[in-house]
Design a protein around this ligand. Structure first.
Ligand SMILES: Nc1ncnc2c1ncn2[C@@H]1O[C@H](COP(=O)(O)OP(=O)(O)OP(=O)(O)O)[C@@H](O)[C@H]1O
Ligand SMILES: [Mg+2]
Length: 431
């Protein structure tokens, strides 16, 4: 039995997975109506590929999944949502990425056979692809080698004489079905979320794969892509001149306001809990954690689940809200001590920069050099680099010469400052 079940929950209420693409997801997603509607408009109204750009864990994937779910249920004849999120990892070649995509699209299509049948795809062909997918998926689960598209016959095109798919067999078949289902120029089809574009930064191969996909997968009629990534990648790789024209202007996703943070946990408690469930971090206490960590949502949820594990391992269940909150604050103070210990290597000027950065809301750019008391942005950058080396800030959007950059405080940076202030509660953090 999980600790959550022992406390009367059906699921972990502080889980850090994206909000699901389901009815539950509609209930769980807080404060993103404008972003969801904006994305739906972008998917339905333009042929370019929308991109959501924002900090790690700010909620990009959740927005994409909920918008996709709303379109696939609101306009089922027009949209299907790929349940699997796709990623270009550093080890992913374009072949592998295409293979994963077509396998997932094939699965989504056969799981919606009425969609195919309504558009004139023969039921017998759908059944055959279904059987082939089942055997291919079970081979993959068994760890056996799967020749990508072998052993399948279908009436019409895309197969080899021996009845199996050639290298391009499955893509050819799926593309021909998509083209039969989706009229030319239409912006409908299968919504595919390509997540965590920031991995492109780590690998030239992944970036090259994306650029190669530009005129292939990303432009395939009937596939409606949504890209998600941190702002850095969106500024560099995804908006390289080769990608321009295919991709829409990135939509920045800003952190949710601390005022609505309690709702995030309240809705989870509502959905996963029952009367009498033991709640280690109450909605208002979540607001305190979220604010303290500079509105890093995934990290705030993660700290809450770690606190819950801590309580469980000490067999301690404080009862009243005030007792729980006191213990949570003590525990957060210990986490802050750890961060501050790790940060003690940074030189005094860098610590001063961190302090001012937190006082100014946690974000700055090269334009702020004089506000921070530096002679110029180059000097500010050197001082910031020492903080970045200890992961107290992230440095992003750097120009080639380094004169331009953005600086964001990490949750460790916020905790380090919290310790330095003697664990003083920040304005607005009281909940
Ligand atoms: N609007 C929201 N309401 C409630 N919970 C949310 C919301 N947005 C995000 N979450 C929760 O916050 C966490 C992070 O969300 P998500 O994975 O969507 O962020 P992300 O920006 O895609 O992160 P990453 O940069 O790692 O890909 C998840 O646990 C998710 O359930
Ligand atoms: Mg994501």
């Amino acid at each position: 039995m999980s600790i959550w079940e022992s406390w009367g929950f059906s699921r972990n209420p502080y889980d850090t997975e994206p909000v699901p693409s389901s009815e539950d997801g509609l209930h769980l997603l807080v404060g993103r109506d404008a972003e969801v509607m904006g994305l739906e408009d972008a998917i339905t109204s333009a042929s370019t590929v929308p991109i959501l750009a924002g900090d790690n864990g700010v909620g990009k994937t959740s927005i994409a999944l909920v918008a996709g779910f709303r379109l696939s249920t609101g306009r089922p004849g027009d949209y299907l949502l790929l349940p699997k999120r796709l990623q270009l990892s550093p080890s992913n070649t374009l072949d592998r990425f295409e293979h994963d995509t077509y396998q997932a699209v094939a699965r989504a299509l056969v799981d919606n056979e009425d969609y195919l049948e309504d558009r004139g795809i023969a039921r017998a062909d759908v059944d055959q692809l279904k059987r082939w997918l089942r055997s291919s998926e079970s081979r993959a689960r068994g760890g056996g080698l799967t020749t990508p598209f072998g052993g399948f016959t279908v009436s019409g095109s895309a197969t080899q004489r021996d009845g199996s798919f050639g290298k391009d067999g499955l893509p050819d078949l799926i593309n021909s079905w998509l083209e039969q289902c989706v009229p030319e120029g239409a912006t409908t089809g299968v919504i595919c979320v390509l997540d965590n574009l920031e991995t492109l930064n780590e690998s030239d191969d992944a970036r090259a794969a994306l650029e190669e996909a530009r005129d292939g997968l990303l432009a395939q009629r009937g596939l409606r892509w949504v890209l998600c990534g941190t702002r850095d990648i969106v500024r560099s790789s995804a908006t390289s001149s080769r990608m321009r024209g295919r991709l829409a202007k990135p939509t920045p996703i800003e952190p949710l306001s601390a005022d609505i943070a309690p709702d995030i946990v309240a809705r989870r408690l509502d959905l996963f809990g029952a009367k009498g469930s033991y709640v280690p971090v109450e909605p208002d206490a979540f607001r305190f954690v979220y604010h303290l960590l500079g509105r890093h949502l995934r990290e705030a949820l993660d700290y809450c689940q770690r606190f819950a594990l801590f309580l469980k391992s000490h067999r301690h269940e404080p009862q009243g809200a005030a007792d729980k909150r006191r213990l949570l604050e003590q525990w957060m103070a210990r986490q802050a001590d750890e961060c501050a210990k790790d940060a003690s290597r940074t030189p005094p000027r860098s610590r001063q920069l961190l302090r001012t950065l937190c006082e100014m809301g946690g974000a700055a750019t090269h334009h702020d050099a004089d506000v921070f008391g530096f002679a110029d942005s180059a000097e500010m950058l050197i001082v910031a680099e020492a903080l970045a080396a200890e992961e107290l800030v992230t440095l992003w959007g750097r120009s080639e010469e380094g004169q331009e950059f953005h600086l964001d405080c990490t949750s460790s940076g916020w905790l380090t400052e919290y310790q330095r202030r003697g664990y003083a509660t920040l304005p607005g953090a009281t909940g």
